[in-house]
Design a binder for this molecule. Structure first.
Ligand code: ZN
Length: 449
């Protein structure tokens, strides 16, 4: 069951409680709603030296979605889970559009000017805006959750596979020595190295098998340099043939496969810049930060018989994962980054000409676009109650984006704010965490044997 966060009158985070208990607190008048997303109560009294059980925030960063889970390491209970949807693609699109409009405008009627492109300096650690926003989204949410729950440690998936562990299998304890975890790291490495496609026919999006280039039967080893990916038909038709025989009539493919075999995947490819930057920024929180590999996450998840989903991967990140994760009934909160509007003074059309009057003030009658509000309309043609995301107009006539659709022309006088925007919108994922994989799509590659 997703729990409800509680803070005391001094904004000190306390143990999250069961929703039933939260209802009782509200009913008895001992607490009030502090935040709607994630749902948080504030007690009307302060608690001296509260006994809190420590929580760990676990993060599985992705390019479109980041999984976040709050786990009690002692009991294995998952207290809260969220999917954080980034807007990297939207940022890139907006910047591309701005660049095109500026370029067209500057070329239109001006004299020739020399291009200026070598006069910019970037501070060390600079990331492109689309990547920076992903890192900033995660940091923002770690910060927010630290204010709402007693979080004392952070776990983050840092790399897809653990190169060092693969080279020195004995360094990481029994799991590696048993060879199972080792297999997961190798699989992730091979997937990355061969771009998640069949090495022989190039097919993507089908289950792929790890293939021995020189067959085991012909004395080929399990070394990573002897492994590649093959789809099932290719793997079957190759059988134990030598790769030179199998690809005798396709010299180009043979050359490519042999070249790619020799080239080791560079360390840099294993560590994604964004994740490394995120790791550095999380360390600045002053909490212990544990890092794990994607191979370890997958190992943890499959060992516990859990389906694949971002928040479940998040809960399985790192070596600290409890032997049993209790996440039945957790409904993840979907947090979508929406940005804070843009600095453009005026909307422009496709070729950069003003399309409207200059924009008005961002706040209108105390509301701004993105706020969640409830409107109880008592007169006119739109009588009724509406709840949704506000779109403000300077005239004070707002639109409300509700679940049923957009309702136009609601006066600000009928609106009550429910939750201020702060750059995100929220939905509940309808699918509940279940310990059994039922309706979940399989990943494009089969799990290692
Ligand atoms: Zn194939």
């Amino acid at each position: 069951m997703s729990q409800v966060f509680v803070v005391d009158a001094n904004h000190q985070p306390l143990n999250p409680v069961h929703p039933g208990r939260a209802r009782l607190l509200l009913k008895a008048g001992k607490a009030a709603v502090y935040r709607r997303y994630p749902f948080t109560l504030i007690l009307k009294t302060a608690v001296e030296h509260p006994a809190v059980s420590e929580l760990r925030i676990k993060i599985d960063p992705g390019s479109k979605t980041t999984g976040i889970a709050l786990v009690n390491d002692a009991t294995g209970e998952v207290v809260f889970a969220a999917h954080l949807e980034h807007r990297g693609q939207a940022i890139k699109h907006a910047l591309d559009q701005r660049r095109a409009v500026r370029r067209a405008r500057r070329q239109r009627k001006t004299r020739y000017r020399q291009p200026h492109f070598l006069n910019r300096r970037r501070r060390p650690g600079w990331l492109p805006p689309s990547l920076e926003s992903r890192v900033a989204n995660v940091v923002t949410w770690v910060q927010r959750l630290c204010h709402l729950a007693p979080i004392t440690a952070i776990s983050q998936e840092l790399v897809t596979f653990d190169l060092q562990a693969m080279e020195n299998p004995e360094i990481s304890g029994t799991a590696y020595q048993q060879g199972t975890l080792f297999g997961y790291e190798v699989k992730e490495y091979v997937l990355e190295k061969w771009n998640r496609r069949c090495a022989y026919c190039g097919v993507e999006g089908v289950p792929l098998q790890v293939e021995h280039i020189q067959a085991r039967a012909k004395g080929g080893t399990n070394r990573v340099s002897n492994l590649c990916l093959a789809c099932e038909p290719c793997n079957l038709s190759k059988g134990s043939q030598d790769v030179r025989v199998f690809l005798a009539d396709q010299p180009d493919t043979l050359k490519r496969v042999l070249d790619q075999t020799r080239a080791p995947l560079k360390d840099a490819a294993a560590v994604n810049t964004t994740r490394r930057t995120l790791y550095e920024r999380l360390k600045a929180f002053g909490l212990p930060v544990e890092s794990g590999s994607g191979g370890l996450t997958k190992f943890n998840r499959i060992r516990r018989g859990l389906p694949k989903a971002h928040r479940i991967d998040a809960a399985c990140t790192g070596g600290s994962t409890p032997a049993q994760l209790r996440l039945a009934g957790i409904i993840p909160l979907v947090i979508t980054a929406k940005g804070h509007g843009c600095r453009q003074k005026c909307n422009v059309n496709d070729i950069g000409f003003p399309r409207s009057q200059p924009k008005g003030a961002k706040k209108v009658h105390g509301f701004q676009t993105g706020d969640l509000a409830r409107a109880i309309v008592t007169k006119g043609t739109k009588q009724g109650t509406y709840t949704g995301r506000v779109l403000v107009r300077a005239s004070g006539s707002f639109d409300l984006q509700t679940k049923q659709g957009r309702v136009q022309g609601i006066s600000h006088r009928f609106c009550t704010p429910l939750h201020r925007s702060y750059g995100y919108t929220y939905t509940r994922l309808s699918e509940v965490c279940s310990p059994h994989p039922i309706h979940l799509k399989r990943k494009a590659h089969s799990s290692p044997a």
